[in-house]
Design a protein around this ligand. Structure first.
Ligand SMILES: *Cc1c(COP(=O)(O)O)cnc(C)c1O
Length: 364
């Protein structure tokens, strides 16, 4: 079986990670120790922000962005429905109201006109999602946000290493959230996430809020949450961060090859905005005959999956926030299919995938 996302680690890296884990075990320092701090510095440098605050998950990083900005009850936050439901969960958990915007048909990310239409007096922030690692039209979003005095919180949970105009995604908004869920481009061996920002006030607040809102030992000045990256995950992530640049390059090569080989097939690719470079977290194609192709690939031992089968605004848990149809989102969710992409997918194995898909269309 060719898996959709292959989490195999090379022998040398695995050895290094095991050694680092043992060091943590021996150190007897498991929460908020020096490894978290060192990793935070390294990640902030990687993204190009002044600060990074390690937390329990990408969802918590989003929550802490909102809470540090004092966004909650009675506030509206614009985002998309074509995303991981956890984007919306973060908003709802903070007591704010998610307002779902439709996506742009080319990039599958938040539609600018929709933002303009849906801003009202209660709107406090925009959470654009860099879906599948593909940068949103971030410059335009920030300009709009400035005009309307809104905050921009980037959901960069799928976009480690994605760039716009040679700057890292996650360094554009007031703050950004990354996830270290194991399958992400930078994955922990458990849950983890990080909030990045160059705003000192946001960074200081996030650091206090992740640790229960404590400003000094046992003194809770703020109502915080309990969400800290742990030392073992930080040690693992520190090692893995050394490889992300080359891994993303490989992802890019695989994505380019897919596009080249499928050029003449009835397949639509996710469009990129100018001057952007995707992190290629997932390689998702848009096709009419999704079910048939998925079954065909399965028979050839090739995994594929649907991201996302249910747009957030149509899910039962979010019924309360439904404000109307999102035509583009609803149209394309029925046609999206992710096919394998991983740094350790060989071109030879990729050829098995591409040949299968070519044959599928030939035999139709
Ligand atoms: C993974 C993901 C999240 C949530 O991250 P967790 O670490 O699983 O909490 C949020 N938004 C998007 C777009 C994601 O892909």
């Amino acid at each position: 079986m060719i898996p959709l996302i292959d989490l195999t680690i090379d022998v040398k890296t695995k050895k290094t990670i095991k050694r680092e884990i043992i060091k943590v075990v021996e150190s007897k320092s498991y929460i908020l120790g020096k490894r978290v701090e060192i990793f935070e510095k390294k990640f902030a440098k990687f993204i190009g922000t002044k600060y990074a605050i390690g937390v329990g998950s990408g969802t918590d990083a989003l929550r802490l962005c909102l809470r540090a900005l004092e966004i909650g009850n009675g506030d509206k936050v614009l985002t998309v429905a074509l995303t991981s439901p956890f984007t919306a969960i973060a908003i709802v958990e903070e007591g704010a109201t998610p307002v779902f915007c439709d996506v742009d048909e080319k990039t599958w990310t938040i539609d600018i006109a929709e933002i303009e239409n849906k801003i009202d007096k209660k709107t406090k922030a925009i959470i654009p999602v860099h879906l599948f690692g593909n940068p949103c039209n971030i410059e335009v979003i920030i300009k709009l946000a400035k005009e309307h005095k809104l905050f921009v919180i980037e959901d960069a949970c799928q976009a480690h290493g994605a760039r716009y105009k040679n700057k890292m995604i996650g360094s554009f908004g007031d703050c950004a959230a990354f996830s270290f869920y194991p399958t992400k481009n930078l994955g922990a061996m458990g849950d983890g996430g990080i909030l990045v920002t160059s705003n000192k006030k946001i960074a200081e607040m996030a650091k206090i809020l992740r640790h229960g809102g404590q400003t000094k030992r046992f003194w809770h000045k703020y109502r915080g949450i309990n969400s800290r990256l742990d030392e073992i995950q930080a040690a693992i992530l520190y090692v893995k961060l050394n490889h992300i640049a080359s891994e993303n390059q490989k992802r890019q090569k695989l994505a380019k090859r897919y596009k080249k080989i499928f050029k003449n097939l009835p397949i639509i690719f996710q469009g990129a905005i100018t001057y952007s470079a995707s992190a290629n977290h997932l390689f998702t194609i848009r096709i009419k005959e999704r079910e048939l192709l998925q079954r065909y690939l399965m028979a050839k031992n090739i995994a594929s999956d649907i991201y996302y089968p249910y747009p957030v605004h149509l899910q039962k848990a979010f019924r309360k926030y439904y404000t109307g149809k999102l035509p583009i989102t609803e149209k394309i969710v029925d046609e999206l299919l992710a096919i394998p992409i991983s740094p350790n997918l060989s071109f030879k194995k990729q050829n098995l995938i591409t040949n299968s898909i070519i044959n599928f269309y030939k035999n139709k």
